[in-house]
Design a protein. Structure first.
Length: 759
């Protein structure tokens, strides 16, 4: 009997020592022995579902998903929650969490006879958004997850390492592997799963634990499971700038990235905010008008994209949250090119077949503007459009510059010529660019004055249309663009043109990366100027073919042309199209704009000098009369020089409400006009002017006006009148304490109030 007992013991030892182990359902002869990591299932604690902080999915069923790296980095043994209805597998749960939580990423081998093999899992511990993998140490071309997943076609998991060594990462199959533990509600404890995630059917109340066996060493399931905090996508899109991407044609629809002021690149922010929706195919243009972001794509959808839901040729989103407002597959029968806001209720869509009115208030595509169509898709397409204070100027291939009256949506003139792009300079002048000329367009007569670019050329953009690099500063009266060798080959310089002096600087700045076989080249519009900082933002890609286009950079230059910063994007075929800057500020109307005036003859108030906007061109602010409470007493019109002309008709008082529209952001001012009819009303025109200087002031403040000053008062912050000496147009404020005051000046024509700073 003793011998028989010994024989049984030896037999069982031999059986367990040579038992075949399954890894995710795959029989493994190379893993033998009792394998404490397979047989020791005792877990002293688990987490209650009420403790889970981050739930992915929706439904009445709930399961817990645990990943344990055993890499001495804390926190470890992270847990998520998963909700669903119907039937779901362990693979469904893992993919849903990888898609929703951009900190979590995984390496998968799909389509094996045992389903999808889980080869690696990682987590962005330091919040650097640097999720990427190196294969066999190749740091030149990392693999970046899409929807949290990097796919491979072999059991080569041991070849992958994390790009960020500070992150959680574990992968392997032969040298290390992920053991899979499961527990259903009726199970007393965790058990080693004999199947993979594809075959694992979840139950309401299930637990799935992925436990990494580094170097084939066994680790017990942790008694401490750490709930993952909810992943929150970027929601503040005011401090930084956007990069609109045409994306990889045949694979993904258009997208937009956001680079915040801390230098963090937030990828596909629109998709993140809208459940993996995207734009149309080949998104080449974007602009912010008012509180909305308008994205224009060439086609409605990319049929090769199985990851993101297409949004159409025009997608409208909230500019501050990226939440989708509307999408349009059809924008008039043509392909998308550009968009410009006309007023708070209307915009124009530039397409391959003309310009179409867009109803902003009701989110509807309207009719074609007569005369803007024709010429064929690649012979008469519309390019960039700019809104001046009176007209819209639009580039039409082969035809020239179309001038449209936005008040009537009519084409009033066509400036013939072969133009590439158009901008408005700081001083309000309109400029277009040709192969080797910049052309000034008179905003009233539409006469043109060309200036020859001395040696270089401008890179053409009509063949596969993009918005082009022609751009203007809102702080300096200068224009910029990228030079080129010819219409198809880009150069390596940024050109600067001084609008005031008409001087060219063809070597203002050099594009980086000009050594070696493959050089950095501009792509898409490539160049734009930050309206707040006056910095130039240049995006480049790597020359060559194929995988070279996965390399992309964003460079920042200061106003002197000095390179101050470079950011490297995750490797992907982004094909960046155009940089767009947030519009955060409202237009500001100076306190020199009177609250009331008295007129007995035609009088003029220059509106150009009394309104400004920190992040937009002041010269492009549209001024209009919203209402006139008594047109029988006073006629109020704004002329072509942005002057408010007040003409008395009869004695009486009228409230004139004026709107100032700066890129869709509107403020209003009401001017009370006291009218006294006069025989001189139509024969004499008086200009109403008022200014004070210096401000801030130390001792003597000067008031400049052509009107008779009746009274001058200075109020402190509490509203109390303070003693000052006024004499011959000057106020002595030297005795006042330093601070902020309000100056009130009453003249025979108007009442003015303005902030005064004593220093």
């Amino acid at each position: 009997m003793k011998k028989f007992y010994l024989f049984i013991v030896l037999f069982l030892f031999a059986f367990f020592a040579n038992a075949q182990i399954k890894v995710q359902g795959v029989p493994r002869n190379d893993i033998q022995g009792t394998g404490s990591n397979q047989l020791n299932t005792t877990v002293t604690t688990t987490i209650n579902f009420s403790d889970i902080q981050y739930w992915v999915g929706s439904g009445t069923n709930e399961a817990a998903f645990v990943v344990q790296w055993n890499d001495s980095k804390n926190p470890d043994a992270l847990v998520w929650g998963f909700r669903w209805n119907g039937t779901a597998t362990g693979e469904d749960m893992l993919k849903a969490i990888a898609k929703a939580d951009h900190r979590f990423f995984t390496l998968l081998y799909p389509g094996t006879q045992f389903g999808t093999a889980i080869g690696g899992m990682g987590f962005d511990l330091n919040g650097q958004n640097s999720n990427a993998l190196y294969k066999n140490g190749n740091v030149t071309y990392p693999y970046y997850p899409v929807n949290g997943i990097v796919n491979t076609a072999a059991y080569d998991f041991d070849d992958y390492t994390a790009a960020d060594a500070s992150d959680h990462w574990g992968s392997g199959w032969y040298n290390s592997y992920w053991s899979y533990w499961v527990k259903d509600p009726t199970d007393p404890d965790f058990g080693y799963s004999g199947v993979g995630a594809t075959s694992r059917v979840l139950q309401n109340g299930s637990y799935d634990v992925w436990n990494f066996n580094a170097g084939m060493e066994s680790f017990p399931i942790s008694s401490t499971l750490t709930p993952v905090s909810a992943y929150v996508t970027a929601t503040n899109f005011t401090n930084g700038y956007f990069m609109v991407n045409e994306e990889w044609f045949g694979h993904t629809n258009g997208s937009v990235n956001f680079i915040d002021n801390n230098g963090q690149i937030n990828y596909r922010v629109y998709s993140n905010a809208n459940n993996n929706q995207a734009f149309g195919a080949t998104t080449q243009f974007g602009t912010i008008y008012g509180d909305k972001f308008y994205f224009i794509s060439k086609q409605a959808a990319d049929g090769g994209d199985t990851q993101y839901t297409p949004g159409g040729r025009l997608v409208v989103a909230n500019a501050q949250t990226m939440q989708k407002i509307a999408g349009f597959n059809n924008i008039g029968g043509g392909d998308g090119r550009s968009f410009v806001g006309v007023n708070e209720n209307k915009g124009y869509i530039g397409a391959s077949n003309g310009i179409f009115v867009f109803d902003i208030a009701n989110m509807q595509v309207g009719s074609l503007i007569t005369g803007t169509g024709g010429g064929g898709q690649y012979a008469g397409q519309i390019g960039n459009m700019v809104r001046s204070s009176k007209y819209v100027f639009a580039v039409k291939q082969s035809a020239g510059i179309l001038v449209i009256d936005p008040a009537t949506d009519t084409l009033v003139s066509t400036i013939p010529g072969a133009f590439h792009s158009i901008v408005q300079a700081k001083d309000g002048s309109i400029w277009a660019i040709q192969d080797q000329k910049v052309v000034n367009i008179n905003t009233t007569t539409f006469a043109t004055t060309p200036y020859n670019i001395p040696t270089t050329k401008y890179l053409g953009s009509w063949g596969a249309w993009n918005a082009g690099s022609f751009t203007a500063s809102s702080k300096q009266n200068v224009l910029y663009w990228n030079n080129s060798v010819n219409s198809f080959v880009s150069g390596a310089q940024i050109v600067k043109f001084d609008v005031t002096t008409k001087a060219f600087n063809e070597s203002f700045a050099t594009i980086p990366g000009q050594t070696g076989t493959y050089k950095q080249i501009p792509y898409g519009a490539a160049l734009r100027v930050n309206p707040i900082t006056d910095e130039l933002i240049l995006n480049t890609t790597e020359s060559g073919y194929g995988a070279h286009y996965q390399k992309n950079w964003i460079h920042t230059y200061d106003a002197t042309g000095t390179l101050t910063n470079t950011k490297t994007l995750n490797d992907y075929y982004w094909f960046p199209a155009v940089t767009v800057f947030p519009d955060n500020t409202l237009p500001t109307v100076s306190n020199t704009f009177p609250s009331q005036v008295s007129v007995n003859s035609a009088s003029v108030i220059d509106l150009k000098t009394i309104v400004s906007d920190e992040d937009n061109l002041s010269s492009a602010i549209v001024k209009s009369i919203k209402s006139n409470s008594n047109p029988a007493a006073v006629s109020a019109v704004i002329n072509g020089n942005d002057e408010l002309v007040l003409t008395p008709i009869a004695s009486g008082t009228a409230d004139i409400k004026i709107t100032f529209n700066s890129n869709g952001k509107v403020v209003e001012k009401t001017l009370t006009v006291n009218s006294t009819a006069s025989v001189l009303a139509t024969a004499e025109v008086k200009k109403i002017e008022f200014s004070i200087y210096p401000n801030p002031v130390t001792d003597i403040l000067t008031i400049k006006t052509q009107e008779k000053i009746l009274n001058v008062s200075v109020y402190d912050a509490s509203g109390k009148v303070v003693n000052t000496q006024f004499n011959n147009g000057q106020i002595n404020v030297s005795m006042l304490p330093n601070g902020v005051y309000i100056l009130k000046v009453v003249t025979d024509k108007a009442v003015y109030q303005q902030k005064l700073i004593k220093k």
